[in-house]
Each structure stands twice: as C-alpha cells, then as structure tokens.
Design a protein around this ligand. Structure first.
Ligand SMILES: *Cc1c(COP(=O)(O)O)cnc(C)c1O
Length: 373
C-alpha cells in the first residue's frame, strides 16, 4: 500500500523544477543574497496580486505579525484581542511585544473569531480598567477570511487597530477584497506548507499606509534610517531571503491555477462527505485559499476516523488540538477550561484531510472511500 502525502511539495517541484532552478542559479550568479532585486520584484507582484499598496518581504509569518504590532507601537499595558483557536504565533507575538493577549471564542461553522464575542470581550477589558484595548488580530483560519465587515465595525467602534493574520489565507477573498487587504496591516507566511510556500521560512506584511510601510521597512533592518548604520528606532533583523523570493516568483506564476485546483477538490470533498462529517462552511461572497480541509465527525470519534484513514495509508492531521487559552505558555493569563466552549469543542473534534493542488484523482477517491464507510 502506497503511503499518501498530506501535502505533496515534491510533486509541485517536479512541475516547476527547470524554472525554479533557473531562478536560483540567477541569484547565485548575481550574489545579492540580502534584499536583492528578486525581493523587490516579488513585493511588487504580491502587492498587485492582493491589491494592497505595499507588500514588504520579511523573515517569516510570525515576524510579519510582530512587525505589525511594533510599527503600531503596541506594548506593555495594551490588550490585543485574538481568536482562541489558532496557531500559537497569532497570540505569541502579542506577548513578545510586551502586550497582553485577550482570547475570544470562535464561530463553529467558520472556525473564525466571533464578532459579537469580540465586542463583549473589549467591553469587559475596558470595564476592568487594567489594560488599554489597543488592537485586534483576526485570523483567517484554514484559508477562510474572518467576518471583516463585522470585525471592522467593532474595531471602529472601539478605535482599535485591526491586523489580519493572513498566514493561511493568501489568495482568499471576501467580496471584491483579497486576503492581505483587510485591516490596517496584514501579515502572511510563506512557510512551505502554506498555500503560497517557499523552500524555507518567509513572510510578508501588507498595508495601504505609506508611513506605516516605511516604518516596517525600517524595522525589518534594525530600525534603519538613511542606511543600516544609521539606526533611528529599535527594530530587528527580519528580511525575506533573495533566494526565497526567487523561488516564490516562480510559484506565483502557477498560484492562481493552484487555488482553483484546491477549491475544486474542496468542493468535491464537501459534496461527498457531508453525511458523516460537518464539512467546512464558506459563506456567500467568500472564497477560501483552502490551506486546510477540516472536518468534524457527525458520529464516531475523531480517533476512530483517523485510525481508519491511517490503516488505508492516508495521513490526517489535527489543527489545533489545544485552544490557545489552555496552552501552558499562557498559563499566567489564567485561562480556564470552559471559558471558550466553541474553541474547546472544535479542538477536541476537528481533523484535516490530505489536500493539495497536485493530488491525483485516485488519491482523492481513496480518501473519500475510507470516509464514506
Ligand atoms: C503559520 C502561521 C503563522 C506563522 O507563520 P510562520 O511563517 O510559521 O512564522 C501565524 N499565524 C497562523 C494562523 C499560521 O498558520
């Protein structure tokens, strides 16, 4: 029995090999490994793709979020609100800049932050008076943009800066706006397994604000002023490697087609698996980038379904098995079981299926057959 790959990056490489090798060789020839011409070329392509005025290539998605908070001057005494159900980095960066993460429960159908619970959490922090509400990091989980119409209204009402964690959603859209365009600043990741991934770490920050963009360009190079030996603020070292930018330029060329392929597979899964599973909900007007195809069993345990898949040589994964308020690293925030019931029940029941643009029809059929049993 052949073991299937969860995300088959090697198959993508087989398609792109000559083009990627040409790009890499070109960088090796010109030798501008840090902020070389490919970085600017990619930034222009990324900004054009998602309709943001500025795209800034950085070291990884976590840094992209951290730089967004740094550029806004978020720090000690500030409360930043984020989803209780996400990858650790969405909240980690808040603590990293000295601010305090405040978690908010999610909506069961989209797995994204609940705008109503968000408003209530902000009011409750304001009433307590210990922390100053400063920002919101909304996460586009599994590739689906959060409910920005409602979240933007909340951000405006309380005068908070809204940051989009688009690490999983680059390529997604809601109405006529693409991921990367929501909020005042957006952050994405080019970690290899993300919808648009490179061959190492990489990320980008997006904004329409010229002044913020300038500040982020400075922050990513040690708070540089006129040059990197003129330092006007405390920054960090977080640049996108020229080699990674070169690789991403070739991946951008096929990205739109890959998004279509992901969407086709997701729609087929949903058409076939609805009887045994709660399949992902994509609200009217939205398009997901399908970073993950995630289900919850209607009957039977998650473990039994995953074992069934494994016995057929099919990998599956749990994103995320522990909600953020119950992560040991956040114990000092005093999170308790029962505090965010939807995030908790989802973390106990979700699992994700193999899905990538190069999945063969036979592989797809094998997964469906195992889950229709
Ligand atoms: C992957 C991810 C990040 C972090 O990106 P890295 O490039 O791995 O640092 C942040 N938020 C979410 C939701 C992610 O999935």
């Amino acid at each position: 029995m052949e073991i299937m790959q969860f995300i088959d990056l090697k198959r993508q490489y087989e398609h792109l090999q000559p083009a990627i090798e040409r790009r890499i060789n070109n960088v090796l020839e010109h030798g501008k490994f840090i902020l070389g011409p490919e970085v600017r070329e990619l930034e222009t392509a990324l900004a054009e793709f998602c309709g943001a005025r500025h795209a800034i290539g950085v070291g990884n998605g976590t840094d992209a979020l951290q730089l967004a908070l740094m550029a806004e001057g978020v720090g000690p005494g500030d409360a930043v609100f984020t989803s209780a159900f996400s990858f650790f980095a969405s909240a980690e960066v808040i603590s990293l800049v000295g601010a305090t993460p405040v978690f908010v429960d999610i909506e069961e159908d989209t797995y994204n932050i609940c705008p109503k619970a968000l408003g209530e959490a902000i009011e409750s922090v304001s009433r307590a008076g210990e922390l100053r509400p400063r920002g919101i990091i909304a996460v586009d989980l599994f590739g689906l943009p959060a409910n920005y119409t409602a979240i933007e209204a909340v951000a405006d009402r309380f005068d908070l800066v809204l940051i989009e964690d688009a690490a999983q959603s680059f390529g997604a859209l809601c109405g006529d706006r693409k991921a990367g365009q929501f909020g005042k600043i957006a952050a994405t990741s080019f970690f290899p397994a993300k919808p648009l991934g490179c061959y190492g770490d990489g990320g980008a920050v997006f904004t329409d604000d010229d002044e913020l963009a300038e500040r982020i360009r400075s922050l990513r190079v040690h708070g540089k002023g006129a040059d990197k030996y003129d330092n006007v603020r405390i920054g960090t070292n977080s640049r996108l490697d020229t080699l990674q930018a070169a690789i991403l330029l070739e991946k951008m060329a096929v990205f739109a087609g890959e998004l279509d392929a992901r969407e086709r597979l997701a729609n087929q899964y949903s058409a076939l698996l609805g009887q045994n599973f709660h399949v992902p909900v994509v609200p009217e007007g939205y398009r997901s980038a399908w970073a993950q195809y995630t289900v919850r069993p209607r009957h039977g345990t998650r473990q039994s379904w995953q074992e069934k898949l494994a016995s057929d040589g099919i990998p599956s994964a749990i994103y995320y098995g522990k909600p953020l308020h119950l992560q040991p690293a956040f114990a000092d925030l005093g999170g308790k079981t029962g505090q965010y019931p939807v995030a908790e029940s989802c973390s106990e029941s979700v699992f994700s299926l193999p899905m990538h643009p190069y999945m063969a029809p036979e592989e797809f059929d094998r997964v469906v057959k195992a889950l229709q049993a």
